[in-house]
Design a protein around this ligand. Structure first.
Ligand code: PLP
Length: 407
């Protein structure tokens, strides 16, 4: 056998193809229906003017021999590593040095690739429901055992739902790699300083490594919710952090992200920073120069203001979705520091029953929670990434539909 047998264990990514298929069928049968898409995890606002200006000027640089850039450093250009260290970390009182910042082409790739630094036998824990990339990347590496249609045999699931206020409990069994995400996809909930302190203390005691995903950190409002795990003392000896320009500044198409691997983070006497550097310089040839210049522009005074305005736009949509649900008696989480709103399906429906009811009776598309893991069953995710107009129309339709479903 010459193929990777681990792929055979992985279920097809059924969720988004099934959603697309059901919507396609519905639209074919109801050609006049105005279907509103509140399932999307992609941004819809165009790039901010400061970003577009930086792109244009970087393209002009590429057109002249004197300023042309070919292969860049695999770790990212110094100007962007410095801008990230200053704009994301020094700005919140956290000391991350520019050479601990690795510029990448998306947190999807970095959060999927990071597991290569760890032993095949490393025991993995994820919060449940979860961003599926953490699970599938470890499954491809053969770390998760067998899949029974619901769960992997060698994966520790940490359930998060209203019974524990969406606060992941420290694992009882020993685990070595822990994926945490705050603000969370799909639930939109955040981890408090106290929660993070407990996780950092746990990792310091057990030697586990925390893989902390802050792809949605730009949506955090106020000062109570930590924006980085390195706000917690001692986290630089136990945690790797993934950040992204995708949701912050509309880079889902441009592609730019960063990963912090602190120099102090060592296991088995080996520096994980050195390992990641080795891994990236072997397998990655850098994010395009023009894209890194565009990312840098998000930290200019004008850039900051413009990307903030886009985040506020989505947050207003998120608040409206959550308020609409709650006014109809559906308890929801998220939407405050996140573009996602998450809730238990009304009237005891399962995720797909509610999906069909929403599509057929209100022509709204959402995301069935069961696609994010076993604890997502019976839950649903709505996203704020559509336009304000579409979100307002969807809110009106939801306000009409929900009381009907409950009666
Ligand atoms: N992490 C989480 C939790 C996400 O939801 C996403 C995208 O949806 C990503 C990472 C990937 O982001 P990127 O576009 O930087 O690859």
């Amino acid at each position: 056998m010459i193929t990777n047998k681990n792929f055979g264990e992985i279920p097809q990514s059924y969720l988004f193809s099934e959603v697309a298929e059901r919507v396609r069928r519905f639209e074919q049968q109801h050609p006049d229906a105005r279907v509103l898409r509140l399932g999307i995890g992609d941004v819809t606002r165009p790039l901010a003017p400061a970003i577009v200006e930086a792109l244009h000027s970087a393209v002009d640089e590429q057109a002249a021999a004197a300023s042309f850039q070919g292969y860049g450093p695999e770790t990212g250009y110094g100007f962007l590593r410095e801008a990230i260290a200053a704009g994301e970390y020094a700005a919140i009182g956290v000391d991350v040095s520019p050479d601990e910042v690795f510029v990448g082409d998306g947190s999807k790739s970095d959060s999927a690739n990071i597991q290569e630094l760890f032993a095949d036998s490393a025991r993995v824990a994820v919060t449940d429901p979860v961003y599926p990339v953490y699970v599938d990347s470890n499954a491809m590496a053969g770390r998760l055992g067998t899949f029974d249609g619901d769960r992997w045999s060698n994966l520790s699931y940490i359930p998060c739902d209203d019974s524990n206020d969406y606060r992941p409990a420290l694992p009882e069994e020993p685990v070595e790699l822990i994926y945490l995400c705050s603000p969370n996809n799909p639930t939109g909930t955040t981890m408090s300083r106290e929660d993070l302190e407990a996780w950092v203390a746990y990792a310091r005691k057990t030697g586990a490594v925390i893989l902390f995903d802050v792809a949605y950190r730009a949506f955090i409002t106020g000062d109570d919710v930590p924006r980085s795990i390195y706000e917690i003392e001692g986290a630089d000896e136990v945690a790797i952090e993934f950040g992204s320009f995708s949701k912050t500044a509309g880079f889902t198409g441009l592609r730019c992200s960063w990963t912090v691997v602190p120099k102090k983070l060592q296991r088995d006497g080996v520096s994980l920073h050195t390992m990641w550097l080795r891994r990236q310089s072997t397998k990655f040839n850098g994010t395009p120069y023009i894209v890194q210049r565009a990312a840098e522009a998000t930290y200019s005074p004008a850039g900051r203001e413009q990307v903030r305005a886009d985040v506020e736009y989505y947050l207003a949509n998120a608040r409206l979705i959550r308020e609409t649900l709650e006014n109809a008696g559906v308890k929801a989480v998220g939407g405050e520091h996140s573009p996602y709103v998450w809730f238990r399906c009304p009237a005891g429906m399962d995720s797909w029953e509610f999906f069909d009811a929403l599509l057929e009776q209100a022509q709204i598309v959402g995301t069935p929670g069961v696609g994010f893991g076993p604890t997502g069953a019976g839950h649903f995710r709505l996203s704020a990434f559509n336009t304000a107009e579409a979100t307002q129309e969807a809110a009106g339709r939801l306000a009409e539909l929900l009381p009907k479903l409950a009666s």
